[in-house]
Design a protein around this ligand. Sequence first.
Ligand SMILES: [Zn+2]
Ligand SMILES: [Zn+2]
Length: 315
Amino acid sequence: MQIKLWGVRGSIPTPLSSGEYRERLKAALTHARERWQKDPALSAEGVIDELSPEVTNLVGGETTCVEVRSGDDQLIIDLGTGARRLGYDMLARGIKGDIHVLVTHTHWDHIQGWPFFVPGYIPDNTVHFHSCISNCHERFQRQQHFDHFPVEFDAMMSKKEFHNFPQGGSFEVGPFKISTLELAHPGGSVAYRIEAQGKVFIFATDTEFSGDNVDEQIERYSDFFTGADLLVMDAQYTMDEAEQKIGWGHTAMVISVDCALKWKVKRLVLTHHEPAYQDEKIHGLFAEASKHLEANANGHRPEIYIACENDVFDL
Ligand SMILES: [Zn+2]
Ligand SMILES: [Zn+2]
């Protein structure tokens, strides 16, 4: 199985600010000046390779969209703004026919890319929307009411089919065995556990693990999450912010680490980054989360990663 992250930002698309861009230029140029004084023959590429990932890499501003592949079979989870670039890429790769989308929930940051998802306009394609939301079709239609977008949902030329599973239900799509779990989030959200080729990938964003009974809550979800080869999980907040935002439906990064420890997942990817946090702050949070992991790992130590746009994980 291969997992690609096309969008990792929470709540609203968040382009790099010009202030941040300038800071990065400054860091790069300062480093280059020092290096070229010592070694004038060093190439620009060589200088770039020496810079820290905080300077050269973007966390990314597109909202949630994940591609799962097993051989030639594909699943898409959510259609946040990351779906726009995924759509172009699918065209370039010649992917057409039946396209399967798993919908976690229909908050804007998880559906907003759909009107810009080019495969949705191709008549020979059939897009299958899988969700536990009884009026999922209507919700997508509402997003594209003519007052808000020039092309209505049903005018997009692909065929669309809506498949409903009961909350907590299981189903199969091609080689993928999929089970689901309701998550704590305003209006509800669904975690997907996807098994293929003997590996387990779980996607669980827009979920809140918080409060005084968090340990009990983590324990209660154990059966579903235990032993995942890869878990991509909501980690939107600092601990302070999570405490101020009880009931907002998101989790502090260090609590997500506690979840991965308890559930003995092999790799944890922290996602749904807060739009108010610049990359530097997200990397700072990750450094804290890594320390928290070191201090609390007891026999089992998951690998942890900060989710960045275009990251690919092979299972
Ligand atoms: Zn979200
Ligand atoms: Zn949400």
